[in-house]
Design a protein around this ligand. Structure first.
Ligand code: HEC
Length: 234
């Protein structure tokens, strides 16, 4: 074969290639008017969208049995239930540090004090306005109740008290219980339990106001002026 023979062959196949390319381009351009799948048209299901593919017409599929989402493996059953063999446990599932105590105090004052009172005497502001009075935390039964019982009450409710499982995360529940233990101790401590040299005030602190200093309070612990808003029914 000479070069002259080769030439027409090459140019013929090159021409066919060009023709095919033009056809593809034309098809794409025409197709653009109808079904064009660019990135701004994404064939996907948005949450809860209907589907004709599945017999139940739901695009969202049920989780495969036993699926555990990241961070939701509740392997530490005591942490999540407060129960050991169906009985309320007596220990905390993690060390109670000063930080845990601080968190517990803060959360207790947000979620529990409105009914249970800042000292846990069961005379919170909601109770003063007519809600059923809870028992004081300072009765023997609750002083001796295991921490697992408190965890159960917060998580599942108790009688007239609703549960707080959706409002209070698991570790915060335990922090609150640690603080309740401190409250119980505070109302039941002997002078000899205090660090040497600690002065004991004869006035009880006014626990109805955040950050309030000890000062004179009425026998029922509340005056119209020491409550925000000031209009307490007497
Ligand atoms: C809306 C008011 C209210 C709030 C808020 C509330 N409680 Fe109660 N709690 C009650 C009442 C009322 C009872 C008594 C229920 C009964 O005996 O029917 C009770 C009972 C209890 C008991 C005693 C259970 C027993 O064995 O007798 C504990 C412990 C307790 N609550 C803990 C808490 C903790 C901890 C919080 C905060 C996370 C909290 N409660 C928030 C109203 C409340």
């Amino acid at each position: 074969m000479t070069r002259a023979d080769l030439h027409p062959m090459i140019s013929r196949s090159a021409f066919r290639l060009m023709a095919a390319g033009a056809l593809v381009a034309a098809t794409l351009a025409l197709g653009g008017c109808g079904v064009r799948l660019d990135m701004h048209v994404q064939p996907k299901y948005t949450p809860l969208r209907e589907s004709n593919f599945f017999s139940d017409h739901r695009s969202a599929r049920p989780l495969v049995e036993g699926t555990v989402a990241r961070g939701q493996l509740e392997a530490d059953t005591y942490l999540y239930t407060g129960m050991i063999n169906g009985k309320p446990g007596t220990d905390f599932p993690f060390p109670v540090t000063e930080q845990v105590m601080e968190r517990g105090r803060e959360r207790f004052n947000v979620y529990c004090a409105p009914c249970h009172g800042r000292t846990g005497d069961g005379n919170g502001i909601v109770v003063q306005r007519g809600f059923k009075a809870p028992p004081s935390y300072h009765i023997d039964r609750l002083r001796n109740a295991p921490v697992g019982h408190f965890y159960d009450v917060i998580s599942n409710g108790f009688g007239a008290m609703a549960d707080y499982s959706s409002q209070i995360p698991v570790k915060d529940r335990w922090a609150i219980i640690a603080y309740i233990r401190a409250l119980q101790f505070s109302q039941d401590a002997k002078a000899s339990d205090l660090p040497p040299g600690t002065k004991i005030s004869s006035n009880p602190p006014n626990v109805n106001l955040p950050g309030s200093e000890p000062h004179d309070i009425t026998p029922d612990g509340i005056t119209p002026t020491n409550v925000a808003g000031g209009n307490v029914a007497k």
